[in-house]
Design a protein around this ligand. Structure first.
Ligand code: CDP
Length: 221
């Protein structure tokens, strides 16, 4: 495997792209970058600093001033040096993150950090705009999708594991709303890149998706 490729994946909530990207990075010995964790970390910081989603000026300052890093090959998210990984997937953050991710200058700050991390290639990166905006020259691009019912079911099972009380209907509504906001925003909306390989994971296991993607990467190299 060429050691300096950039492999980029976008897709909606619950499509499985984090699990797929992480597994692929492990298999081929690449760095894994979850760009969504960055937007979630800024959202956490805003919440802690009591800055509302409407206070654009202070949110921009916050995004520019914070340092987000990853250790343990992407498993751990460090916000100004603190491990915040276990605090990023709450219903409050799910709701607020889309509002903060709409702000162009916040995005610019995050994109800068993402490009810094990915500057030497050898990376599997996933998010909403990594194939279209952050790494438009990535050698291999994927758009990972699944039906909304399947995505809600997956997210529901993950949350049950964490003992979060919710219904599958609530989750389906939450991800529909978040997808609509992500896909309709003016800056860097979620959309498949023209040269992305579309992968529908609805009826596929994680292993099947990983095997398919590895085949595609091999075919491109
Ligand atoms: O894991 P899940 O797909 O639910 O979400 P995520 O990848 O952690 O992303 C959370 C939110 O951050 C998304 O709904 C987007 O609003 C935002 N995001 C973004 O705008 N651009 C990215 N490259 C990644 C995430």
């Amino acid at each position: 495997m060429n050691e300096s490729l950039t492999i980029a994946m976008d897709g909606p909530a619950g499509s499985g792209k984090s699990s797929v990207a992480r597994r692929i990075a492990e298999k081929i010995g690449y760095l894994f970058l979850n760009s969504g964790a960055m937007y979630r970390a800024v959202t956490l910081l805003a919440d802690r600093s009591k800055i509302p989603c409407t206070d654009i000026t202070n949110l921009i300052e916050l995004a520019h001033d914070c340092q987000i890093d990853f250790t343990d090959n992407g498993k751990i998210t460090l916000l100004n040096g603190e491990d915040v990984s276990h605090l990023l997937h709450t219903p409050e953050i799910d709701k607020a993150v889309v509002e903060i991710a709409k702000i162009p200058e916040v995005r610019r700050a995050m994109v800068k950090q993402q490009r810094r991390i990915g500057k030497d290639g050898g990376i599997v990166v996933e998010g909403r705009d990594v194939t279209t905006v952050v790494f438009p020259d990535a050698e291999v691009k994927f758009y990972i999708d699944a039906s909304v019912q399947e995505r809600a079911k997956r997210r529901f099972l993950e949350l049950q594991d964490k003992e979060v009380v919710c219904t599958v209907e609530q989750i389906e509504q939450e991800i529909k709303t978040r997808d609509e906001t992500d896909a309709s925003r003016a800056h860097s909306p979620l959309r498949p890149a023209d040269d992305a390989i579309i992968v529908d994971t609805t009826d596929k296991s994680l292993n099947q998706v990983v095997d398919f993607i590895i085949e595609q990467i091999d075919a491109h190299t």
